[in-house]
Ligand binder design. Structure first.
Ligand SMILES: [Zn+2]
Length: 111
């Protein structure tokens, strides 16, 4: 098992994520993630740990409200979220340290 840490741009929010193999990623195509160009990886919810910044985090839900999109109120970076029914957490690849995992999802044709 490998653990990586990630953070938002201003550094208020930090987290760690554990994974057992190559990090699979994809570009989410839901309505909010298309607008935010969100590139994610998905892990079991218990593999994700918030290290700091709970007070800086804000939540955004829409539709059925079953998905909790979390972002930093200080810098606005969308970092992660949870899908309660699936017991998973999705994490922004952009919040992980470099080198970042390769994009194994569909190609992004936007400029
Ligand atoms: Zn921040």
């Amino acid at each position: 098992m490998t653990t990586v840490t990630g953070s938002c741009h201003c550094g208020a929010v930090g987290f760690e994520m554990a994974f057992g193999g190559p990090i699979e990623t994809s570009r989410c195509s839901c309505s909010i993630c298309r607008k935010a160009r969100f590139w994610k990886t998905v892990v079991p919810a218990d593999a994700f740990t918030l290290l700091c910044g709970e007070n800086a985090l804000r939540s955004y839900r829409f539709g059925s409200g079953s998905i909790d999109h979390r972002f930093c109120a200080g810098c606005g970076v969308k970092l992660f979220g949870t899908v309660q029914l699936e017991g998973t957490a999705f994490v922004a690849v952009s919040a992980l340290p470099r080198p970042r995992p390769r994009d194994s999802g569909r190609p992004d044709h936007a400029p």
